[in-house]
Ligand binder design. Structure first.
Ligand code: ATP
Ligand code: MG
Length: 175
């Protein structure tokens, strides 16, 4: 019997599958579900551009924030090209994170989970996911096998690998 499930999402399609499975399990076990996202500070701008194409996420954030960056994803690349993100980049990364979490929570509720909460964090992605799991008392972590990285390969993504290797609880990696 599980007590609390944490699912980690970077907004990718595979992470969406992880949310679906985690939500189905949480609904079945009738346990709380936490959806966690580590903000994309310092990540390659290509990842955000990829996300924009996958889900039109950036477009909807643009509408909400009133931020002026037409021609997504071309401009989002420029926005994040600096080694130190400016105020606008920080604001947009934060808004994207909020939107990813909101969509995950909506989906989990749709799948019948009663207790859904969200958390965002900053820092090394895998370490922060592991800390979150401990914080919320999760005894299961669900991640996607792949994420927003563009490299086509058979091996598991680096975040998923580290979480699987270092977690103290059960980890499910969804394909
Ligand atoms: N920023 C993040 N916040 C929350 N969860 C994440 C984040 N990044 C990755 N994950 C989790 O890890 C899973 C696998 O993503 P991962 O980053 O390991 O693969 P990748 O992006 O394909 O490869 P890499 O990042 O090594 O280039 C995602 O589906 C998601 O569940
Ligand atoms: Mg990744």
């Amino acid at each position: 019997m599980k007590k609390h499930i944490l699912v980690a999402t970077d907004g990718s399609e595979t992470a969406g599958k992880a949310i679906d499975l985690a939500a189905e399990l949480a609904a079945k076990f009738d346990v709380p579900l936490t959806i966690g996202h580590i903000l994309h500070f310092g990540r390659p701008p290509e990842e955000l551009a990829h996300m924009a194409r996958v889900e039109h996420l950036v477009e909807s954030v643009r509408e909400k924030s009133g931020a002026d960056f037409p021609n997504v994803p071309g401009n989002i690349m420029k926005l994040f090209d600096d080694s130190r993100p400016g105020d606008n980049a920080v604001r947009i990364i934060t808004l994207i994170g909020d939107e990813i979490l909101k969509r995950g929570a909506d989906r989990a509720k749709e799948l019948g989970v009663d207790q859904v909460s969200t958390r965002s964090g900053q820092g090394d992605t895998a370490d922060t996911i592991l800390d979150m799991a401990e914080d919320v008392g999760a005894d299961m972590i669900v991640v996607g096998h792949r994420g927003l990285g563009r490299v086509r390969r058979m091996v598991m993504g680096s975040v998923a690998q580290k979480v699987v290797q270092q977690a103290e609880c059960t980890v499910i990696s969804v394909r």
